[in-house]
Design a protein around this ligand. Structure first.
Ligand code: AMP
Length: 208
């Protein structure tokens, strides 16, 4: 099944994707992760990308589309997390024939609380929250034992810019998928466990 997770930064897309991967064998494809990996490689492309991410801006559509297409390849059971973020990007992957778009709807207040408390492991794959989803051992990832850190773009000033950028584009994107009748909205302000269970129910409805 080909799935898209939509929602503002901090809506829980990464957390849902991580669990769907573990329990339902979806291949998680996170645009943010792919971009951060390129930055960490220190390539000249990575240095370009870094400038956008650090300011909380989107990388150009064409670059994002090329990178996501490379990552998707011939896979057919995957979740796109953080892609598309613009209608232009959505149009360019129409050929993938996405089955379902889950939109995690959350208020700005919840987002700000979540992002301020979000911590990720150094491998960048596992996500925690100081209050809502703490690791078993403080500051250490439950899954791979690496140290937990705060993403640079989770600092308050960058968060504000990321939300502004998101809000400008999101309404159009949500409308785009609503018109295609593949949009399913889930209340993303619930507890992580409840959000996940609701997402799985929506998947079930689509599969039947
Ligand atoms: P995320 O981890 O999804 O919050 O993404 C982190 C950052 O990567 C964003 O703030 C953007 O700078 C960039 N980014 C992620 N996804 C996209 C996308 N689909 N198009 C353009 N830029 C993106």
């Amino acid at each position: 099944m080909k799935l898209i997770l939509l929602g503002p930064p901090g809506s829980g897309k990464g957390t849902v994707a991580e669990r769907l991967a573990r329990e339902r064998h979806f291949i998680p494809i996170s645009m943010g992760e792919i971009l951060r990996e390129e930055v960490n490689k220190g390539t000249s492309l990575g240095q370009e990308i870094k400038k956008y991410i650090e300011k909380g801006n989107l990388v150009p559509d064409q670059l994002a589309v090329e990178m996501i297409k490379l990552a998707v390849g011939k896979k057919n059971h995957f979740i796109l997390d953080g892609f598309p973020r613009t209608v232009e990007q959505a149009k360019k992957i129409a050929g993938l024939r996405i089955a379902l778009v889950i939109y995690l709807d959350v208020t700005e207040k919840v987002i700000l609380e979540r992002l301020a408390g979000r911590r990720v492991c150094q491998k960048g794959e596992h996500i925690y929250h100081l209050q809502n989803l703490p690791p078993k051992k403080r500051g250490i990832c439950d899954h791979d034992g690496s140290k937990l850190i705060q993403r640079k773009d989770d600092q308050p000033q960058v968060i504000k810019e990321r939300l502004k950028v998101y809000q400008q584009k999101a309404k159009l994107l949500i409308e785009f998928y609503r018109k295609k009748s593949i949009l399913s909205t889930v209340d993303g302000s619930l507890e992580p466990k409840e959000v996940y269970e609701e997402v799985v129910r929506r998947l079930g409805k689509k599969i039947k």
